[in-house]
Design a protein around this ligand. Structure first.
Ligand code: PHE
Length: 350
């Protein structure tokens, strides 16, 4: 782990070993240049603890870029709680309380919200010790609830923008969309896509969610081993990241990659690999800003939900068109284009 931290260009890593459960808590703060750090709390078991640290560091950078593109006054950070493989669910509240206490002690250096493996109900528990640095609590606890539907709205808008750029029209009617992951973001995204007349197929690993989408919504289920090869107009990854690499990209049969998952590329060069295949890639941190933008706006700027929706739609649409046009003009990847825009903001004199 020493070498990981040494190689990272971020600012700070906070480490806490939770003795009662054996969980490791990492809070990675990439940059506080634009404001105090805020980012989700990811909670899951990892094959090795160092992978949790690496995940946190990469995700923290993604958050910094995410805020930088639409010029939000927040810094990039992420928390990862690496659960032990024998984690008992009844230990969850205790672990979250101890984690909340750490957040509180940081005094605003890092604020958090939900991410993979945590939900608004978990934020309520964390807030019992971590308030006021905890976002997206349930409405019962005075929060604005799940960020997922807002992220999904932004992703939906981004898919329209990508279609407009590539096909000359933003209509999704009859477009084939493959959604990977039907949880907090994928679920509400599917609802919007169906409403817009798209033909939706899905991939999912959770048995109950598969039944719901296949039998109740009547959607076509794509097995995990077939995801990359399935012909479609738009592939929307809304589960875990790291899926695009030198072996998966050559197998793709889609025209557009536009989804809500964080850190979709295994390495930055994969953006160029997608471009070389003629696939239009909507950079993950540009298209998935909706959740963080809406929640932070509603909870720190007193936006109502209508205002939050308008801001998400407007920002994602504008930022993606800017990214697509810059990439086209300079004949380089959309990943590079988005990185340029974010880095310009992160290094500008203030
Ligand atoms: N999971 C969100 C993201 O990756 C994190 C977040 C949610 C941050 C809500 C702030 C508020 O963007």
């Amino acid at each position: 782990m020493e070498s990981l931290i040494k190689a990272w260009e971020g600012e700070t890593v906070i480490v806490q070993y939770d003795r009662p459960t054996g969980a490791w808590i990492f809070i990675a703060i990439y940059s506080t240049r634009l404001g105090p750090a805020a980012g989700g709390t990811r909670m899951k078991a990892y094959p090795e603890v160092r992978q949790a640290l690496l995940d946190g560091m990469r995700l923290a950078k993604g958050m910094a870029y995410k805020y930088a593109v639409p010029d939000m006054p927040w810094g990039g950070g992420k928390a990862v709680i690496a659960l032990p493989h024998d984690f008992a669910e009844h230990s969850r509240p205790g672990l979250l309380h101890r984690y909340g206490k750490l957040i509180h002690q940081l005094g605003g250096l890092f604020s958090t919200g939900p991410d993979v493996g945590t939900c608004s109900e978990d934020m309520d528990v964390i807030a019992e010790t971590g308030a006021p640095h905890v976002f997206a609590c349930t409405p019962d606890a005075g929060g604005s609830g799940s960020s997922g539907p807002y992220t999904a709205l932004g992703v939906f808008t981004g898919i329209q923008a990508a279609c407009e750029h590539l096909f000359g029209e933003d209509s999704l009617s009859g477009r084939k969309v493959l959604v990977q992951g039907t949880g907090g973001v994928g679920g509400p995204l599917i609802d919007r896509l169906l409403e817009a007349g798209a033909e939706v197929a899905f991939n999912e690993i959770d048995e109950a969610a598969i039944l719901r989408c296949r039998d109740e919504l009547g959607l076509r289920f794509i097995r995990s081993e077939d995801v990359f090869e399935t012909p479609c107009d738009i592939f929307a990854p809304c589960a875990l990241g790291g899926l695009f690499n030198e072996t998966s990209i050559p197998r793709l049969k889609c025209r557009i990659v536009a989804g809500g998952a964080n850190n979709q590329l295994a390495a930055p060069e994969d953006a160029e690999r997608l471009r070389a295949r003629g696939i239009l890639y909507a950079p993950d941190y540009v298209i998935n800003v909706g959740g963080a933008m809406a929640i932070l706006g509603m909870e720190t700027l007193a936006w109502g939900s209508d205002r939050a929706e308008r801001e998400v739609v407007g920002s994602v649409r504008q930022a993606l068109h800017q990214v697509f046009e810059l990439a086209e003009r300079e004949a380089f990847s959309t990943g590079l284009a988005a990185g340029r825009i974010a880095e310009e903001r992160l290094t500008a004199d203030r």
